[in-house]
Design a protein around this ligand. Structure first.
Ligand code: ADP
Length: 247
């Protein structure tokens, strides 16, 4: 497996083609004794929102894990821009909602990658945490326990933790699952707005409304890529019927 880093281009991308933030080809990955992704070749556009869509078990989380660098591909090539590690926001259910943590402590954990869990946060770290809380509109909740919050507020705290990592690549695993429509819409708008802050956003989602609002889409089925491009081109009725009927 070869991972290479390419320098971000200093000049803006010439429209209508977007430059790639990540490019991978013939990527294979999975778990011991369980291959999941098979020969996946695709691009994640720079400074855009990309959705990973597919039925349960199609490999969305595994692909996010590969992009996050926590799952090592067994073969293939992956190229990405940027020199900061990606920020990964796991599924809300994977994070103990009853952990005795305040919202601020949760977001501060986003600084651990730079600072380590035991070193005191610097003034700059605190400013970064404050900015992330403000960006997600949860500054007023900073001293509240995570377990006291609504699902949407907790999700915003987790996204703020991701932002506090100051990465140019934010990866999210089903950030809107289980939220009410208003909270879903708010998270969707926030993620879109982050692109203007210089963040490339990739999210796995089951939510076709969220998927249609993205700039780009990768459609997965049984660990293989069956479509990529603009959501309206990829998520056609016939493609969705074909992917979901052959489960
Ligand atoms: P999705 O996110 O699209 O639901 P996943 O990437 O989570 O799909 O899972 C793809 C396949 O990999 C599934 O068959 C799942 O059971 C399997 N899988 C996921 N995590 C593990 C793991 N830690 N060990 C072994 N198999 C796994």
């Amino acid at each position: 497996m070869k991972t290479m880093f390419i320098k971000p281009s200093s000049s803006p991308a010439p429209p209508p083609e977007r430059t790639a933030h990540i490019r991978f080809s013939e990527l294979c990955a999975g778990y011991p004794g369980r291959p999941v992704l098979h020969q996946v070749t695709a691009e994640i556009p720079h400074l855009a929102t990309t959705v990973l869509v597919g039925p349960n078990g199609s490999g969305k989380s595994t692909l996010l894990g590969v992009l996050a660098g926590v799952i090592k591909p067994t073969s293939g090539v992956l190229l990405r821009t940027g020199d900061r590690p990606p920020a990964f926001v796991p599924q809300r259910g994977a994070v103990g909602d009853t952990l005795p943590l305040t919202v601020r402590q949760t977001v501060e954990m986003g600084r651990w990658g730079d600072r380590g869990p035991w070193r005191r946060l610097t003034r700059r770290d605190h400013a970064t945490v404050d900015a992330a809380l403000d960006r997600l509109g949860i500054g007023a909740l900073a001293s509240r326990q995570l377990g006291e919050l609504s699902g949407g507020q907790r999700q915003r705290a987790l996204i703020a933790q991701g932002l506090a990592q100051e990465s140019d690549l934010l990866l999210l695993d089903e950030p809107t699952t289980g939220l009410d429509p208003e909270a879903r819409e708010r998270i969707g708008e926030l993620l879109t707005a982050l692109v203007a802050d210089g963040v490339t956003v990739v999210q796995a989602t089951h939510d076709l409304q969220v998927a249609h609002a993205a700039d780009a889409c990768l459609l997965l089925q049984n660990g293989r890529l069956t479509g990529q491009g603009r959501p309206e081109q990829v998520l056609t009725t016939s493609a969705l019927t074909q992917v979901w009927q052959t489960l």
